[in-house]
Write a protein of this length. Structure first.
Lengths: 666, 222
């Protein structure tokens, strides 16, 4: 098998016995012999315990020795172990996508001898690897330069960290916030432009073309990636403090931080939880400032609060320290009454825990009031220019866990810090690390990616812009090239670095010109050629995982309900044709499993799927077929039970309906 | 672009009721762009017809084929093999394509699968608006680039009627008054004086019958 050194696909097969646990049910030598006799691969070996350090080392060496560029690992399905193996592979230049796993535990469950199942499963996976054979790894030239927008502390920290690896241009984004500039003084590889705004962004990750106006002068510059770190704006809202105006003894928290008054012998009071209820930032700031005041000799420091928020690294210790240095923490429940004179301020409140105490008055020389945080006014405009989506409160970033902490709806554009909602210092450190790692991919000026973005057949592309407009990631351009074989000499093109491979475009295309590798219409329609009673199209981020869980709860469940699960990268990939064809070819019921509302990894794939479900239901209804034979189910990856229940409910429903009258018997 | 929409399925089923084998013919031109008659819509309609007929215990065979444009004879030629096998064709092209297809295959009944609606712009995915009525005598230079024929419900050429209120047409509060749009645009351009010019009535008589265009400077003498 190993003679042909010129073969492009060089698969290494590892059959792991999981420390003798699997050989009770699987005859590994037989699996190896059968596969050796038929399949096309480079190297095969039975491993005792592949996840052990010595065997991992051996794996790493064998990748070099046999020039392997694909791995098939049959063994357990422990995600931690899989990750370790992928890490070894990636270190040797085999991208994650080319490492396939077969779960031998799952297929041997409930069986006495699973040797044949193992052989079948390994063979199937080899076929899959074969299908992936023509997937090329593209090496793309990218611009290493990064644009960081925002000269506040957050922008400064981010710019400094990124500039260690690659050139950075730091601009203020047209804001007058420049307190981060001290942080980047003397940094190499870093250019600062103030009074500089982004006017236009075109192009794609690796090569964004950005038009910047600097003091009215317009320049165009290329950047591989863009980091927005504008920060958030503190705003004092007097209505939250019974109309108390700032001035004299009353300071806002940001005023206080900027110009701390002489503190020796003075009394200070902070008020938390009237404003900025959603973040930790005011709590963290007040704890830090209060301790500093006390250490610098303030006579008395009080902190009014409703709930002390300490759910971030070091905050609890900070709170403990504040208590130990003698800061008074005063919990209030009812409203506070604030009275001021020209030299002092008094907070009057009802002590909630000590009924005998009743009303208490605290007078101090300075009263410091927490503020709300709002997005800077330029946020909206910048979002429009860069086609970025805003979230709650008008801050940057989708309200969607898949985007946390730093992702935007576009590849190559990231958020750091409070511009996507106020964050606290240790969170910032983590975000800066994450963003530096992300943009660091471009530092060498080259990046390698599997060419898995959808392909467009120019002959069929009507350049109708449906894909361009439906793409959640702005990853599509219409390119003009005389070699493109249609009347326009133009076609849509999915950018390899901008595309997240959800397949929404392929499902929307009215000309069927777009195919997503590994999920082509042909592959999916071939899979569902002879559907059993039920077909479930399941998003790999939720439904497909829930299906695996359901399978674990009841290993016979797919057979019991005569269910076929078809994996799709996103519910947005589910084409109207797939749904209709499944029913036409004899399925009694069809389900689409997608992620929960506002939780689609690809922004609106689940919403598109729901629209298509409605469209197909109408198509069915119009020809007198029960519309409820098609269902969309919102599900999360851990909801195996719900998956099971949804399938069971559909099975029951179609049983009541009787045979699908639209089934076309051939 | 020509904008069309799929006909209701019951109408199409009525048309193909007598037949056992048909072709659904799509077009990669305007009807693909307006999501009414491209390859995908061909697949959808074909599935729907098969299922509907299967349900009635009256199975039908449906072939599917889409060509570049149904308004050019050379592309229509591509249908020949399939049309030879079927009893009827449902075309998802615009009215032009349907007629031209019928003309090229005189022995096979050709049915419309779409209603051709108007000449319009694709505002966003799933949204189209009428912009031109192909009057053959463009006045957009006089009306600030906004067509009074297509955008005024009454096709008035010299200012709004009494039904223009608060910028809307009396036909519906969702329809802007075309003449209001024209006025606003001309004002913005500083060209309000253009409104003083009387646009003479158009000749809608079609004295010469259906319109043709022959450009002697281009026609090919074979």
């Amino acid at each position: 098998m190993g003679e042909n050194g010129k073969r492009n696909t060089r698969v290494g097969i590892y059959l792991c016995d999981c420390d003798g646990k699997l050989s009770k049910k699987i005859d590994f030598s037989k699996v190896k012999t059968v596969i050796q006799s038929k399949a096309d691969f480079e190297y095969i070996r039975v491993a005792k315990r592949l996840c052990g350090p010595s065997e991992l080392q051996e794996l790493s060496e064998e990748i070099d020795k046999y020039s392997l560029n694909r791995l098939l690992i049959a063994g357990c399905s422990d995600p931690m172990i899989n990750r370790r193996i992928v890490e070894v592979a990636e270190n040797k230049g085999i991208v994650r996508y080319f490492v396939d796993f077969v779960d031998l535990f799952a297929l041997s469950e409930g069986k006495k001898d699973a040797t044949e199942d193992a052989i079948a499963s390994v063979n199937e996976t080899l076929d899959l690897i074969g299908m992936k054979a023509d997937v090329k790894i593209e090496e793309l030239d990218v611009v290493p330069d990064v644009l960081v927008i925002g000269c506040g502390i957050e922008g400064g920290v981010a710019a400094r960290a990124i500039s260690k690896k690659q050139p950075v241009v730091l601009i203020d984004g047209g804001l007058e916030v420049t307190d981060g500039l001290d942080l980047v003084k003397g940094a190499k590889n870093l250019t600062v432009k103030t009074n500089a705004k982004v006017l236009r962004v075109s192009g794609f990750p690796g090569e964004f073309l950005v038009r910047i106006s600097e003091n009215g002068k317009v320049i165009d510059q290329k950047f591989g990636a863009i980091v927005i770190a504008l920060g958030a704006q503190p705003v004092y809202d007097k209505s939250k403090y019974g109309g108390v105006e700032l001035g004299g003894p009353v300071l806002s928290l940001s005023q206080f931080v900027k110009s701390r008054p002489e503190c020796a012998g003075k009394r200070f009071t902070f008020v938390l939880d009237k404003a900025d209820q959603d973040s930790l930032i005011s709590h963290a700031t007040v704890l830090r400032e209060a301790v500093a005041l006390k250490e610098q000799g303030a006579a008395d420091v009080n902190v009014f609060y409703i709930d002390m928020k300490v759910t971030a690294d070091h905050l609890e210790q900070m709170y403990e320290k504040a208590r130990s240095v003698g800061i008074n923490f005063l919990k209030y429940v009812d409203d506070l009454e604030i009275r001021t004179t020209s030299t002092s301020a008094t907070v009057r409140y009802r002590e909630p825990f000590l009924p005998d105490v009743g009303i208490v008055e605290v007078t101090s020389d300075y009263l410091v009031l927490a503020e709300d945080f709002v997005p800077f006014s330029v946020t909206q405009e910048l979002a429009e220019i860069m086609e970025l989506r805003l979230g709650p409160g008008g801050f940057f970033q989708e309200d969607n866990v898949h985007f946390l902490p730093i992702k935007s709806n576009r590849e190559g554009i990231f958020f750091v810090g409070s511009c996507h909602g106020p964050i606290h210092g240790t969170e910032l450190t983590r975000e800066v690390e994450a963003v530096a790692a992300e943009v660091g991919r471009f530092a060498s000026g080259k990046v390698r990616v599997p060419a898995l973005q959808p392909r467009v057949e120019a002959e069929k592309c009507a350049v109708c812009l449906t894909c361009y407009r439906s793409c959640p990631h702005k990853a599509i351009e219409i390119v003009h090239d005389e070699s493109l074989n249609n009347m326009y000499h133009s076609a849509a093109r999915m950018h390899p670095l901008a595309c997240r491979r959800c397949g929404t475009c392929a499902a929307e295309c009215p000309g069927k010109a777009i195919q997503l590798p590994l999920y082509t219409d042909q592959e999916i329609l071939t899979k569902t050629k002879k559907p059993p009673t039920l077909v479930a199209f399941a998003c790999e981020n939720s439904g497909a995982l829930a299906a695996e869980l359901a399978q674990k709860l009841d290993s016979q469940f797919q057979e019991k309900f005569k269910l076929q699960v078809v994996r799709v990268p996103c519910a947005g990939k589910v084409d109207v044709i797939y749904l209709l064809k499944a029913l036409e070819r004899g399925a009694e019921g069809v389900l689409v499993f997608g992620c929960h509302q506002e939780n689609c990894k690809y922004i609106w794939g689940n919403k598109r799927a729901i629209k298509r479900k409605e469209q197909v239901r109408k198509l069915l209804e119009d020809i007198g077929i029960e519309r409820d034979r098609l269902e969309f189910v919102h599900i999360a990856a851990n909801q195996g039970n719900q998956f099971y229940d949804a399938v069971k409910a559909m099975a029951e429903k179609v049983r009541q309906f009787g045979t699908n009258p639209g089934k076309v018997v051939r | 672009m020509i904008v069309a929409e799929r006909k209701p399925i019951e109408k199409i089923l009525e048309m193909v009721a007598p037949y056992k084998k048909i072709l659904v013919a799509g077009c990669y031109g305007c009807v693909t762009v307006c999501l009414a008659g491209g390859e995908k819509e061909v697949g959808i309609l074909a599935s729907q017809i098969r299922m509907a007929r299967s349900k009635e215990d009256n199975p039908i065979e449906v072939l599917e084929q889409t060509v570049e444009r149904q308004c050019d004879a050379e592309y229509l030629e591509k249908f020949r093999d399939n049309i030879a096998q079927v009893e009827a064709v449902v075309s998802l092209a615009c009215g032009i394509g349907i007629q031209y297809l019928a003309e090229k295959y005189p022995k096979t009944p050709v049915f419309p699968g779409v209603n051709t609606l108007f000449l319009g712009a694709n505002i966003d995915v799933g949204k189209w608006e009428e912009r031109c009525m192909a009057c053959g005598d463009c006045v957009l230079d006089k009306t600030g680039g906004i067509c009074p024929i297509a955008r005024c419900s009454k096709h008035l050429l010299n200012g709004p009627c009494g039904g223009s209120q608060y910028g809307k047409c009396e036909v519906s509060k969702d329809v802007p008054c075309g003449w209001q749009l024209i006025y606003d645009r001309l004002k913005e351009l500083g060209q309000l004086d253009k409104l003083k010019e009387i646009i003479p009535p158009k000749n809608w008589l079609r004295a010469k019958g259906p319109r043709t265009l022959v450009r002697e400077d281009l026609t090919l003498e074979r």
